[in-house]
Design a protein around this ligand. Structure first.
Ligand code: APR
Length: 229
């Protein structure tokens, strides 16, 4: 018998216990910065040095972090289900843990891309992207991140994945940011939804939704128990 399809939508909360700060628990500031300064096309136009430095620091921090039992639990679920992860996170902790199918909605911290040809995407060696680092066409490279106000190119693929879910799991996202939060609308109506979060995110309660009020490292093992016993 083929395995059921289990789709995960993850957010900053799953990486919190690895030491990466979430966004909306800090008075609207992200590592002491107004997000529009460091994560928008306007911010990049105004002060690209600040933006490069900001993401360099995030990247440096990521190299010091390891996946936690939340990430590893999602890997374990691959024994029982065909698991696809749709993540809003720019870290690669799902991949480091060993998840085999991860779609990044908001880009990837360890990748960079051309400022003139968005199809030119590269793996960055090390943590530092410098002003003057260029693509093969000679244009400045920027972080491979979807900034506020930019399109989310992976959303169409994410919608197709969500629409095929037999089980849908939401972990560590406040469900404040669209279009990611809107993915719940594409989950088939008979599909059970499990939400793991220590604080209740902004979802509309329905009979299909089970809320597991726990951190990722506790909640994912509980989910495995629920689904496999
Ligand atoms: N385990 C699980 N969830 C946790 C934990 C934890 N240990 N700690 C906090 N959380 C929850 C919070 O309760 C909150 O609901 O994680 C959620 C984090 O929400 P946000 O900070 O809003 O992060 P996220 O939903 O991923 O943000 C979406 O917004 O800033 C943009 O592009 C950025 O991808 C990001 C997007």
């Amino acid at each position: 018998m083929s395995k059921k399809k289990l789709v995960v939508l993850s957010g900053a909360g799953i990486s919190a216990e690895s030491g990466i700060k979430t966004f909306r628990d800090n008075n609207g500031l992200w590592e002491n910065h107004d997000v529009t300064e460091v994560a928008s096309p306007q911010g990049w136009a105004k002060d690209p040095h600040l933006v490069l430095d900001f993401y360099n620091q995030r990247r440096k921090q990521l190299y010091e972090c390891q996946p936690n039992n939340g990430h590893y639990g999602l890997v374990e679920l691959e024994k029982y289900f065909e698991v696809s992860i749709i993540t809003q996170n720019i870290d690669d902790l799902h991949e480091q843990a060993g998840s085999s199918d991860v779609l990044h909605l908001h880009g990837e911290l360890k990748k960079v891309r051309s400022t003139t040809d968005e199809s030119l995407v590269y793996d960055l060696e090390g943590w530092e992207l410098k002003w003057g680092d260029t693509c093969e066409k000679g244009s400045q490279l920027r972080p491979h991140i979807v900034w506020f106000g930019e399109a989310v190119p992976a959303i169409e693929t994410a919608i197709e994945i969500a629409a095929r879910a037999d089980i849908f799991v939401v972990v560590g996202t406040s469900l404040n940011v669209y279009p990611a939060a809107g993915l719940l609308n594409y989950v088939p109506s008979a599909t059970p939804i499990y939400i793991i979060d220590p604080h209740q995110p902004a979802f509309t309660p329905s009979k299909n939704i089970t809320f597991i009020q726990e951190k990722g490292t506790e909640g994912v093992p509980q989910l495995i128990n629920l689904l496999t016993n």
